[in-house]
Design a protein around this ligand. Structure first.
Ligand code: IMP
Length: 355
């Protein structure tokens, strides 16, 4: 960390299925950076930070917010639940930290009440084949982004625009829900009122964050681009369909923040000394035995967002090598080595055997 020169723009990325301990590394690197940027995902992510004995559980706002003067950016690639974001802002303010330097992209997509309902409904319908999502509405919100029926943060600032968009979208949603045999009614007036209120609360923070970040770069300020989730939870290169709905490789940092690839100086991967996974999907090195339980207990492997016990297994180098290929890491940080204390022998997966 001492060697990190000023004006270096760094991406930090998880190499596994998330929960690699990125928060800790981002927190250390944030000290040396001028701005910390989130570029994908939403409040499905989460990290716990302990400052002066006080625990903060942040899901959207980068941990840099706890350092006075650091610029924190929620980029265009995010899906943002305004209610959850406002709650985090209030928590941070309650303990005397400023949110003056928090900026939210006007282009980020907004998680609406029907996204959360749809997330739950899709999981229910999938039954035994469910993804095990965080039920935060992430997938349905990204679905709407791609199908061009999404609401963007900037639209919360204009009641008539929001009303017009939602009066088209809500009846469409109700039809979709009824096709699933569910009767859902979303109160247009109430939703417009609520989301306009959210827009007004967030207004001082909403801006063109791409412009802001490029201005910072031209002033030789250093950016830390903080990836949420891990490489193998990504929609493009992950263990599909048991993935989240955003692209989690380093290449997406540029797209999700609106800066060009030539502005990136360094890419750091974070790998846990063993592997964990929350939710469904394949896991070749999984340990469904007492060693797995020991890793879970020693490593406090319970989800920050949902509290679910994480599945645990050996370090899988097939995954890490693939992650290096996909992300072009300059360095890898290994976390939680101490959790392996007392386990003998320690195994590492180096290849898979098919069939
Ligand atoms: P979603 O992102 O809520 O749609 O969940 C899709 C999958 O990604 C599920 O298996 C979740 O458990 C997993 N997931 C999403 N965010 C995280 C995270 O921050 N850490 C670990 N797993 C996550």
């Amino acid at each position: 960390i001492k060697n990190i020169r000023k004006s270096m723009n760094t991406i930090v990325r998880g190499t596994q299925w998330g929960d690699e301990g990125k928060g800790k590394i981002v927190d250390l690197l944030a000290m040396e950076s001028d701005a910390v940027v989130r570029f994908q995902g939403g409040n499905n992510a989460g990290h716990t930070i302990v400052v002066d004995g006080r625990t903060y559980k942040l899901h959207l706002i980068p941990s840099g917010i706890l350092y006075p003067g650091k610029i924190c950016v929620l980029g265009n690639g995010l899906v943002i639940d305004p209610e959850a974001l406002i709650w985090e802002i209030e928590e941070i303010k309650k303990y005397g930290h400023s949110v003056e330097n928090l900026y939210i992209s006007e282009l980020a997509h907004v998680i609406m009440p029907y996204h959360k309902s749809m997330d739950a409904l899709e999981e229910k319908i999938k039954g035994g084949k469910k993804i095990g999502t965080t039920l935060r509405g992430i997938g349905p919100c990204y679905t709407d982004k791609v199908s061009r029926t999404g609401i963007r943060v900037g639209e919360l600032l204009d009641k008539s625009v929001l009303e017009e968009r939602l009066s088209e979208i809500i009846p469409l949603k109700e039809k979709i829900f009824s096709a699933f045999g569910e009767k859902w009614e979303f109160d247009l007036e109430y939703i417009v009122k609520k989301y306009v209120e959210y827009g007004q609360i967030l207004k001082p923070h909403i801006t063109d964050t791409s412009l802001l970040l490029n201005k910072l770069i031209s002033e030789k300020k250093s950016l830390l681009l903080e990836g949420a989730q891990g490489t193998f939870l990504g929609i493009d290169h992950g263990t599909y369909p048991f993935v989240t709905s955003s692209s989690t490789v380093s290449g997406n940092a540029c797209c999700g923040s609106g800066i060009g690839p030539r502005k990136i100086d360094k890419v750091i991967g974070v790998a846990k000394a063993y592997t964990t996974r929350v939710g469904s999907g394949e896991f070749p090195a999984e340990l469904e035995n007492e060693i797995g339980q020991k890793l879970r207990d020693n490593g406090h492997e319970y989800g920050t967002t949902t509290g679910r016990p994480r599945r645990c297994g050996w370090l899988d180098l097939v995954m890490i090598k693939t992650a290096i290929m996909l992300n072009s890491f300059d360095e890898i940080v290994i976390t939680k080595l101490d959790v392996l204390s007392g386990i003998n022998p320690i195994k590492i997966c180096v290849a898979y055997e098919r069939d």
